[in-house]
Design a protein around this ligand. Structure first.
Ligand SMILES: *Cc1c(COP(=O)(O)O)cnc(C)c1O
Length: 386
């Protein structure tokens, strides 16, 4: 079976996790700060908060930016549901901005049109969440400029994108956003089993994120409302959660981070090989914006359905029948029953819906062999000429 995504675990990774298991601290120990530091030094962000998963990171990112009832969060429909759900956790409302047909990312022109309308209706968003789909960065300079003009905050959902770059700088450095979120789920670029991180350059946001991650509790006298009662003392100064990562996970993250650059390079090599193998098929291959160095979490092909005699679903099922575990990223969030109950409907975001009718994520992970890449490509060729 060839999976669409898969983790890479080395003996060094295993040794790092076992070392924590033999140590005193299974959680709230030194590995967390080490992992955060390794991501800080790789991205250039000032602060990083490791948390239990990226969904938790998105939740506390929204709360740290004071998103709440009466507020709007806008994101792309072409994403995992978590990018939108985080607004609802905070009692805020969600709306979407359709995608760019080339990058499949949130389209800055459509964003601007929608902002102009929203301004007239006094319904401007408080937070916009661009998602770097497949690891290719959004047009962050344009989105940031609109943020300045219309006064919204930006959370980059970079769940696909650690190790990628935008305009020659690491994704996560926060040049164009308030907070950036990474996911370390096993299918993503690096893994901690479950895990996520929120990065920011703001001291104030970092303090809030830190409180929200752990019950709203502090042991820092500078954050307390009255003097310490004694060495045992802590204060709850906000309503937080237990969104902490364990030290076993963080140690795995530290070990995985040492291979991040190689991982992304390998993913580029695979993408390059696919582009050779698939060049003559009736497909749209991933187009790369010149500002982008993608992390290549996914390799998405789009079928030219007018030029083949099989349906999207038939191609998908025929590949799965060959044990090629293709996938589809994503079902447009606004068409999910839960979102349709909120009033969204088919037809609201036509580019995302058109993409959904044609897209397939073919296998992309660092341990794919050249035989496997050829098998995927030959299978596609065979299946599409039926
Ligand atoms: C994976 C993913 C998430 C959620 O990540 P978890 O770590 O599983 O919570 C959020 N957004 C996007 C775009 C993702 O791909």
């Amino acid at each position: 079976m060839i999976r669409y995504g898969q983790q890479d675990i080395t003996q060094d990774d295993i040794d790092a996790v076992v070392a924590v298991l033999k140590s005193v601290n299974l959680t709230q120990g030194p590995a967390i700060a080490q992992f955060e530091q390794s991501v800080v030094s790789r991205t250039g962000a000032k602060h990083a908060m490791a948390v239990s998963n990226a969904t938790a990171a998105l939740h506390i990112a929204c709360l740290a930016l004071d998103l709440g009832p009466g507020d709007w969060l806008w994101t792309t429909p072409n994403t995992f549901v978590a990018s939108a759900n985080c607004a609802l956790y905070c009692g805020a409302q969600v709306d979407f901005v359709d995608i760019d047909p080339h990058t499949y990312n949130l389209c800055p022109h459509k964003l601007e049109e929608k902002l102009i309308q929203a301004q007239k209706a006094s319904k401007l968003p408080k937070v916009v969440v661009p998602v770097h789909l497949t690891g290719q960065p959004c047009d962050m300079a344009a989105i940031h400029a609109l943020g300045q003009k219309y006064g919204f905050n930006i959370i980059e959902d970079a769940s696909h994108a650690i190790g990628g770059q935008y305009k020659g700088e690491p994704i996560g450095n926060g040049r164009y956003s308030d907070i950036t979120v990474f996911s370390f789920h096993p299918v993503k670029i690096i893994t901690t089993g479950e895990g996520g991180m929120a990065l920011t350059n703001s001291d104030e946001l970092a303090t809030r994120l830190g409180l929200l991650r752990s019950h709203g509790i502090t042991r820092d006298p500078a954050l307390m409302y009255e003097p310490m009662h004694g060495p045992w003392y802590y204060q709850q100064v906000a309503l937080g959660f237990n969104y902490r990562m364990t030290d076993m996970q963080a140690a795995l993250g530290v070990s995985q981070m040492t291979r991040l650059v190689d991982y992304v390079q390998r993913r580029h090599d695979i993408a390059h090989r696919y582009s050779e193998l698939l060049a003559d098929l009736p497909l749209t291959l991933p187009w790369q914006h010149p500002d982008s160095y993608s992390a290549y979490h996914l390799y998405v092909i789009r079928l030219h359905l007018d030029n083949i005699s099989v349906t999207h679903r038939e191609v998908f099922e025929a590949l799965r029948a060959k044990d090629i575990m293709v996938n589809l990223h994503y079902i447009p969030v606004h068409t999910q029953p839960f979102y349709q109950q909120m009033g969204f409907k088919q037809g609201d975001f036509p580019q995302a819906e058109q993409y959904y009718r044609e897209a397939i994520s073919i296998p992309m992970h660092i341990n794919l062999t050249d035989e496997e890449l050829q098998f995927v490509s030959n299978s596609l060729r065979e299946v599409m000429s039926l």
